[in-house]
Design a protein around this ligand. Structure first.
Ligand SMILES: [Cu+2]
Length: 451
């Protein structure tokens, strides 16, 4: 059942428990749904009007429905008492000791996650509402000695693997919901409340990526290559009330004195047409508004003087299309954008001449797909770039979907290196914190550990 549900990869110590419970609940729902559907069809046939001309005032006489209802209640009670409540109790009661955990504060806002580490001294510095600003979203008071070593990031949560993480969650504006899908954490962030939540990450982000590696269909992506005919540039006679909302100007429009009335790209809406007529303009050059931004250019196009209009792999924005038409180019080579989610290349690809086209860890770009296809490759090994993201599971506003953070579960060494880098940057800004442990904030001599 859990496989059938397509749950995200599980990288938390308590993940299996949650997935098991999710599976059980779905089994119950599956049985209930099937049962009700069968019962519904049975009643439609059994009580059809042709066989039941008169109403029956006795109703049901058998006791089967009561037994079934009782059985459903018992199953639900067992799910609740035997599974759900114990799992929940562990989540909210059995918190690990903070001195053995990675402790962070997360303050949600529209639309970002502000992340606050106490630094090597283990003490969160003072924060103040009056200090909150665009460059200090947490309102951290750096004059407080405990705050000098505090690391503050936006949308970037780094934690070491295998060690409990305790998050103190709050919100600045509305209710958000911290969702770490790979770690089976989902907790509302409520303004005015400080809600702790904990989990133990058991796999590094790199390891999860290895697990999720699969092949990307290069051949399919480049098979969409085609030739696009661009819309022709026409001369349009302007008339009072003659709006052409489907058209846009292909050149700037000037009045008799030579001042610009409209610019290329403006449309022939009723207001714009009126404005041009008032300025004495009666004829303009325009084209159909057709949008081509799903397509990428498959060549470099330049105008007569050799100025670039659009380069290989750029998408055909409205200005580029107008530029091409003005340069007399009416047909272009293009292919559909592959709608690439951020994929990471998981293999090294070398051209026949030995040049390295892409290495493991690269962002899979459109240029990679073209290059791989040119070499005759049909697939590339890829994995999600951010398999361990932070999402907001609450409709907290119109930009809610933008509220995505990156979580990086690192090895202990990688995490220490990251902390050292952050501390070094802070020392440059604020000097050495007075009460920090000097052995922990000494300059980093760690090498970047490649997995
Ligand atoms: Cu939100």
């Amino acid at each position: 059942m859990e496989k059938f549900l397509g749950l995200p990869p599980d990288a938390a110590a308590h993940g299996a428990e949650i997935d098991f419970l999710v599976g059980l609940v779905h089994w119950l729902m599956f049985v209930l749904f099937t049962g009700w559907a069968i019962y519904f069809i049975f009643t439609l046939i059994r009580f059809r009007s042709s066989k039941n001309t008169y109403a029956n005032y006795h109703g049901v006489r058998s006791r089967y429905s009561t037994y079934i209802e009782a059985a459903v209640i018992v199953v639900e009670a067992v799910l609740l008492v035997a599974f759900s409540i114990p799992i929940w109790a562990k989540r909210v009661d059995a918190f690990p000791a903070e001195q053995n955990s990675t402790v962070v504060r997360i303050v949600a806002e529209q639309f970002a996650w502000n992340i606050h580490y106490p630094g090597p001294d283990g003490v969160f510095g003072r924060t103040s509402l009056s200090l909150v600003g665009t460059d200090n979203p947490l309102g951290l008071d750096r004059s407080d000695p405990a705050a000098k070593d505090d690391i503050a990031t936006i949308n970037q949560l780094n934690v070491p693997v295998g060690k409990p993480v305790v998050i103190h969650l709050s919100s600045k504006d509305v209710i958000h919901s911290l969702n770490l899908p790979a770690f089976r954490v989902k907790q509302d962030a409520v303004p005015g409340l400080n809600i702790p939540v904990w989990f133990v990450p058991m796999k590094t982000t790199d390891a999860i990526r290895e697990e999720m590696t699969g092949s990307f269909d290069v051949a399919g992506a480049v098979s969409t290559q085609t030739t696009i005919r661009l819309p022709a540039v026409e001369t349009v006679r302007l008339e009072k009330g003659g709006a052409r909302d489907d058209m846009i100007l292909t050149s700037d429009v000037e009045d008799k004195e030579g001042s610009t009335v409209m610019s290329a790209g403006d449309d022939l809406s009723a207001d714009n047409v009126d404005l041009m007529l008032e300025s004495g303009v009666t004829e303009v050059r325009a084209r159909q508004k057709t949008v081509f931004d799903r397509y990428l250019s498959m060549a470099d196009y330049t105008d007569g003087e050799g100025n670039a209009i659009i380069s290989m792999h750029e998408s055909f924005g409205p200005d580029a299309v107008t530029g091409l038409l003005n340069a007399g180019i009416t047909e272009v080579k293009a292919r559909l954008r592959s709608n690439l989610d951020p994929w990471m290349v998981m293999e090294t690809v070398t051209a026949p001449d030995g040049a390295v086209l892409m290495t493991k860890g690269d962002y899979l770009g459109e240029e990679h797909l073209t290059a791989a296809a040119a070499m005759g490759m049909t697939t590339i090994l890829v994995a999600p770039f951010t398999p361990t993201e932070i999402a907001c599971a609450q409709l907290c506003g119109l930009g809610h979907y933008r509220m995505r953070g990156y979580m990086d579960v690192q090895t202990a060494d990688e995490y220490r290196t990251w902390v050292d880098e952050q501390e070094a940057a802070l020392r440059d800004l604020y000097g050495v914190p007075a009460d920090a442990d000097p052995t922990q904030v000494s300059a980093s001599d760690h090498e970047e550990h490649a997995q």
